[in-house]
Design a protein around this ligand. Structure first.
Ligand SMILES: [Zn+2]
Length: 562
């Protein structure tokens, strides 16, 4: 079936396209249009006055896995009246949607792909099962390593890097993941041995290895096995004033290997003000200039109620003192990692929260290259992902931003350099940050672009001076060539669930290889630390397809596409 999207402004930074033109889809692919005329179209979508972009890609959002189930249990009394009245238990609250509801909300914003960044290996089946309940949305997971006893022991024993590489590649393949993430390197494990302070050069109380060594070993493994996405790092000392020193030490520990620092806003604090906390955005931006292989996503906070969920058990243990409402859950899962769930309310009148809001925006606006800073709220930790349209307006509309700045805590506004920043994100920069750069850094050659041969994930937005309104609800969305949002139909701008179910669900994984004989040597060691055999972590393509109802699309190993 041929679809013509006619007369829109196509913005595709990857293909160097920014002009008014027609776009052709042939079933699930974008096709070159030279030989086609309107008479060839089976369907015509009128896009005059609209901007046409590839489907949005979120590289860090918590949408699957046990921690969400724990959060829903903890927060069930916070279901709002609307949800209760309509018995929409599955919808829960804004900040904790069910998988199916989250998929709907992503598609209704023009996002077609989202990645769950914290898949604990022993919990990977549950994470994929939950994401499989996201019809129409393409997802993927990052395998969580760096607090697992076997890896810590291998590093402590000075095991050859080749053996560690095989272990990492096996774990990525077994858990059907696309990338590797480390959370508070070694710190979650150290916490279980009674360690309460843990910085980048602190030796682990049992294994003696430092976070610095773990970061270097894992970043090297990720590069050598050919994962395109660099090691995804949630650095040490989350949320602690003065943690910019740990963040810069983390960058240096990677020793030149590419790394991605996630929710950088929570790791970008100085401690030199009368309030005991200051912005260190300028220091992080300067460090990124010195280290060109470092990228960040922001983890912007927004004011209001949310719930924080993190594998960073030690810092969630500390954060429980700030819980609002006053309850929390700290959970161990097979000791491979951890989980802390703490409800949180960010308040505009509170100095720290106001400063966090300003630091996030500073990072977005001070990193010149929009392909090195990614749009995230670390959903739901900083805010629900549904805050993205509002956030885009803050970035692209200076006067709107200044009005918002005037409403935060006065000391935080005065301490921030945000007021002096005149930059406004252009539509092209927004497309880079939310489409082409995420596709590139995740190693997805067919996504995030509008050129012939790309997957037909496309969003059509009505141009509007109000960027929040514009990005809140696209007029049309195609996912894999299927017309899942059609404002001209009787669904209006809402999802057509029949179409979404027809698309089904797809998981993006990384095609890496390993030496099975190496892994055989590790099996006994793994089993001695675990309550089950290492082999039980293995999820086959067949299991993904027939049991978990998700098609696997392996992405090629190698380096970044562009
Ligand atoms: Zn996160």
């Amino acid at each position: 079936m041929k679809t013509l999207i006619q007369g829109g402004r196509l913005i595709d930074p990857a293909g160097d396209i920014d002009c008014v033109a027609d776009l052709w889809l042939d079933d699930s692919q974008i096709v070159a249009s030279e030989s086609l005329s309107a008479a060839d179209a089976d369907r015509i979508v009128h896009a005059d006055g609209c901007v046409v972009m590839a489907g949005g890609i979120d590289i860090h959002t918590h949408i699957g896995g046990g921690k969400l189930a724990i959060a829903r249990l903890l927060m069930q009394d916070c279901i709002d009246d609307d949800a209760r009245a309509t018995a929409r238990m599955a919808a829960m609250v804004d900040y904790l949607p069910s998988a199916a509801v989250a998929a709907t909300r992503y598609l209704e914003m023009g996002y077609t792909t989202a990645f769950e960044p914290a898949v604990i290996p022993c919990n990977a089946r549950a994470a994929h099962a939950e994401m499989a309940d996201m019809p129409g949305l393409t997802t993927g997971g990052f395998c969580l390593l760096g607090n697992d006893d076997l890896l810590l022991k291998l590093i402590a024993d000075s095991a050859p890097q080749a053996l560690i590489n095989d272990y990492v590649a096996w774990m990525v393949t077994a858990t059907q993941s696309i990338a590797v993430k480390v959370v508070n390197p070694g710190g979650i494990s150290a916490f279980k041995f009674g360690q309460r302070e843990f910085d980048v050069d602190t030796p682990h109380p049992k294994y003696g290895v430092t976070p610095s060594k773990i970061i270097r070993t894992l970043a090297r493994a990720v590069a050598e096995i050919g994962l395109v996405h660099p090691l995804h790092i949630h650095a040490s000392n989350l949320g602690v004033p003065g943690n910019i020193r740990s963040t810069i030490a983390t960058i240096e520990a990677a020793d030149g290997y590419p790394i991605h620092l996630t929710h950088a806003q929570f790791h970008c604090y100085g401690d030199d003000s009368e309030h005991g906390m200051s912005s260190a955005a300028d220091q992080l931006v300067a460090a990124m200039a010195r280290h060109p292989k470092v990228t960040i996503d922001v983890g912007q906070i927004m004011f209001g109620q949310t719930v924080t969920i993190s594998a960073d058990e030690p810092h969630q243990f500390d954060n429980r003192n700030f819980a609002s409402p006053r309850k929390s859950a700290i959970v161990d899962i097979e000791c491979e990692a951890g989980c802390g769930v703490v409800p949180f309310r960010y308040r505009r009148r509170q100095f720290v929260h106001s400063l966090q809001w300003a630091i996030g925006l500073e990072l977005f606006l001070m990193v010149d290259d929009p392909s090195r800073v990614f749009l995230t709220t670390d959903h739901p930790n900083g805010a629900p992902f549904t805050a993205y349209p509002h956030l885009l307006r803050l970035l692209g509309d200076r006067s709107f931003r200044e009005t918002a700045l005037a409403e935060i805590h006065a000391d935080a506004a005065a301490a921030s350099s945000l007021g002096g920043i005149t930059r406004e994100y252009s539509l092209s920069e927004i497309a880079t940050m939310t489409r082409s750069a995420p596709a590139s850094i995740m190693g997805l050659p067919g996504h995030g672009r509008l050129t012939g041969g790309a997957i037909a994930d496309v969003a059509v937005y009505q141009m509007d001076d109000d960027l929040e309104k514009m990005f809140r609800r696209p007029r049309h969305v195609f996912a894999g060539g299927q017309h899942v949002i059609d404002s001209d139909s009787n669904h209006g701008g809402r999802i057509d669930l029949d179409v979404a179910r027809r698309i089904g669900h797809q998981t993006l994984t990384a095609g890496v290889s390993f030496d099975p004989s190496s892994v055989d040597r590790l099996r006994d060691q793994y089993n001695s630390h675990s309550t089950f055999d290492m082999e039980r972590l293995w999820i086959s393509d067949d299991e993904m397809d027939s049991v978990l109802c998700s098609r696997v699309a392996k992405q090629p190993a190698g380096s970044r596409v562009r």
